[in-house]
Design a protein around this ligand. Structure first.
Ligand code: GDP
Ligand code: MG
Length: 441
């Protein structure tokens, strides 16, 4: 998405067409890119008008290059504003029973996400129990039981009782008596947002009086997400959204619209089928990812808080450069930063995906090998943008031998550095003069 917007803006700033028709063509392309990423058309129209208005206000004072920066900044800022509801995320209290109810259609990922959240809180030293109030789907209790057992979480459910309201009430009562601090109630979902589902939801709600209701929203639903979230909001007034399946082909724009339409924040993101694939949500990071620019701001803040030596890299980056030397510094710092999983998710160039595929230990090993590879490069090679290797491929073989790795691994390093360099190029306009992200003071 980011690439298409950049291309559209780039065409505009380099074309010789008259301003007006150039702007129209560019706005059209940006709109199409956003629509194809599942952002609802109402928001696209607003965004378009906002760009037009702000461009007109600055019409004379600005060169085309400045307009380019301005447009990129507007797109970023407006999308962030759409998903940033300013609401405080729900915080369960210790030494008290916090009842959390999950709602959503069948297959959205409720049962999976319940377990993820249970484990998430258990790791944060809460006493957690799961209640299965899904009597609609055959095997629902077995699924929850299996998940819970595997994760070492207490659970409640029944093979014989058919009334989900009764199970929910009994389960919550039992866990409350035993002083459980987080009690998560999994409910059923029909294929559609049918009336019976909403009635059942309401009855369970009355029976257990949840402190928080979470809507599980499937990110692969695309444009439908907005209407879907609206319908559920009326029936259950959920307090936050758990956005699932963002690891697949989902583009995320649907979720942007769902948040905007219900003014309800996303609390968590599901990024895979495994119980550890749960992430907390931050608006800037989410939009940066949607635009394909990585969470540079988050990374910068984190890095600044660590007081690592990398002023040169940040300076290079904000000027649109990223050498192998910069890459070496970055990777070296990543090793110091830990926990790796958090950092990897902020990095572009597929590091987060790599993590998810092979796990933290294996990623550490691979990153160490990347460092060996760069240790085997000459000063001249490190200071370069990497082209020197394409021009003289024998260098790749030499480095592979010297570092005890393979040609493929060296090529991987070069590929990732190129990806970062390209990112530096494309975000150059967005970083502003002082090297800060747009929207930052
Ligand atoms: P429910 O009917 O709402 O309870 O949905 P389930 O929890 O049974 O999940 C339906 C399917 O979605 C299962 O195959 C899950 O493994 C899958 N699923 C859930 N969350 C995620 C996710 O974040 N990423 C991916 N890739 N799959 C998920
Ligand atoms: Mg289920």
């Amino acid at each position: 998405l980011g690439r298409r917007i950049n291309a559209a803006v780039g065409d505009f700033s380099s074309s010789s067409a008259a301003d007006d028709s150039g702007i129209e063509a560019m706005l059209k392309e940006i709109s199409n890119a956003l629509l194809e990423s599942d952002v609802h058309f109402q928001h696209v129209i607003k965004l378009r008008n906002s760009i037009k208005k702000q461009l007109a206000e600055q019409a004379d004072a600005s060169s085309r290059a400045n307009k380019r920066k301005l447009i990129q900044k507007i797109v970023y800022d407006e999308l962030v504003a759409l998903v940033d509801t300013q609401a405080e995320p729900y915080k369960p209290k210790k030494n008290k029973s916090n009842v959390i109810m999950f709602v959503g259609t069948q297959g959205a990922g409720k049962t999976t996400s319940c377990t993820k959240l249970a484990v998430y809180y258990q790791r944060r030293k809460f006493k957690v129990g799961l209640v299965c109030a899904d009597t609609f789907r055959a095997g629902a209790f077995d699924q929850l039981k299996q998940n819970a057992t595997k994760a070492g979480i207490a659970f409640y459910g029944s093979y014989t009782e058919n009334d989900p309201v009764k199970i929910a009430r009994l389960g919550v009562e039992k866990f409350k008596e035993a002083k459980y601090e987080i009690i998560i109630v999994d409910t059923s979902g029909r294929h559609k947002q049918a009336e019976e589902l909403f009635v059942e939801m309401q009855e369970i709600d009355d029976a257990v009086s949840p402190d928080q209701t979470i809507l599980v929203l499937d990110a692969t639903n695309g444009q439908k997400a907005q209407d879907h979230a609206k319908a559920f909001k009326e029936a259950s007034n959920f307090g936050s959204i758990f956005l699932t399946k963002l690891d697949g082909a989902a583009k995320g724009g649907g979720a942007v619209s769902a948040v905007a339409a219900t003014q309800t924040p996303i609390a968590f993101i599901g990024s895979g089928e495994h119980v550890q694939n749960i992430e907390t949500f931050t608006p800037k990071q989410f939009i940066a990812k949607l635009l394909g620019i990585g969470d540079i701001q988050g990374l910068m803040e984190h890095v600044q808080s660590l007081d690592l030596d990398q002023k040169d890299t940040m300076k290079n980056f904000s000027e649109g450069k990223f050498t192998l030397n910069d890459f070496q510094t970055q990777i070296g710092n990543v090793m110091k930063m830990g926990p790796l999983s958090q950092i990897a998710n902020m990095l572009p160039g597929g590091m987060g995906q790599l993590m998810n595929q092979v796990g933290e230990d294996e990623t550490s090993k691979r990153i160490k090998r990347m460092l060996y590879i760069m240790d085997s490069m000459t000063k001249q090679e490190l200071a370069s943008d990497g082209k020197i290797f394409t021009e003289e491929p024998s260098r790749i073989i030499r480095v592979a031998r010297g570092s005890g790795t393979s040609v493929t691994e060296v090529e991987m390093v070069l590929f990732q550095q190129r990806t970062m360099a390209r990112m530096a190029q494309s975000t150059k306009g967005m970083m502003g003069g002082a090297g800060g992200m747009p929207g930052m003071p």
